[in-house]
Design a binder for this molecule. Sequence first.
Ligand SMILES: C[S@@+](CC[C@H](N)C(=O)[O-])C[C@H]1O[C@@H](n2cnc3c(N)ncnc32)[C@H](O)[C@@H]1O
Length: 274
Amino acid sequence: MTNLQYFNQAVEILLESGNEDAVFDTECIFEKAFGINKTQYFIRKNDTADTEKAEDFLRMIERRKNYEPLQYILGQWEFYGLDFKVGEGVLIPRPDTEILIDYVLENKVSDNPIIYDLCSGSGCIGITVAKNIESAKVYLSEKSPLAYKYLEENIGLNGTTNVYPYLKPIPEVLEDFPEADIIISNPPYIKSDEVPFLQKEVQLEPTMALDGGEDGLYFYRLLKDYAIPKLKKGGYIIVECGDTQARDVAEIFETDIILKDYSSIERAVVKRKE
Ligand SMILES: C[S@@+](CC[C@H](N)C(=O)[O-])C[C@H]1O[C@@H](n2cnc3c(N)ncnc32)[C@H](O)[C@@H]1O
């Protein structure tokens, strides 16, 4: 069979499973399996495909058909221009989260800030900030051993040296951290009873990364009680939240600084320490 025939077969399988991005997903998986990108594909589409690679390709398409997230199948995803390893047990970095990075890079507070990334998952926030502010020291806390494995791998992948990862949960880990200039967190924020009704792909991401307690706000109260007291005067905390939660989080933090994401949705809250 030719490359073209395998490609078309895969698109059809994914379309039948209701995948609205069947062509894009096939392109990504095709490149991963055959090492042939979109441009090369047009020149080589009538070549006979390598059988072993084709078997791998169809296995990956089958996984996608069963709603495994594309990013887990590829094993790597981009966030703020950097690559992060991802797979079962770790949340996939989302573009919404990039507004937190923009804000921190524009509001560094000090020449060599102490920064926390709490609930760090893959490390996409902490590692990106550490890469962009080389004089910073970034402390990361993650509770899940599975996610922590990816965090460690991503520190190596990005050659980051100014980071201090802890496999220890909040609030306990905060006792080990020095006072902070900036605290960043994208905590779990889905209401517990909504988790079972999320999109099939999202349900395959770890519950520990999603479940924000009965009203989805559990972690913001925890951050208010335990993390904000660790801020130096003039420092601030910035958190991501769900698309209807910003007002509630602002009330918990007693602030009125709310930031919108690139789709104009209220997505982050900032509290400054006077
Ligand atoms: C929404 S995910 C965010 C991951 C990453 N920061 C990102 O933006 O992609 C939340 C993460 O918090 C972790 N987590 C849950 N409870 C925690 C706790 N008490 N302390 C530290 N991490 C926790 C989860 O395992 C998960 O990796």
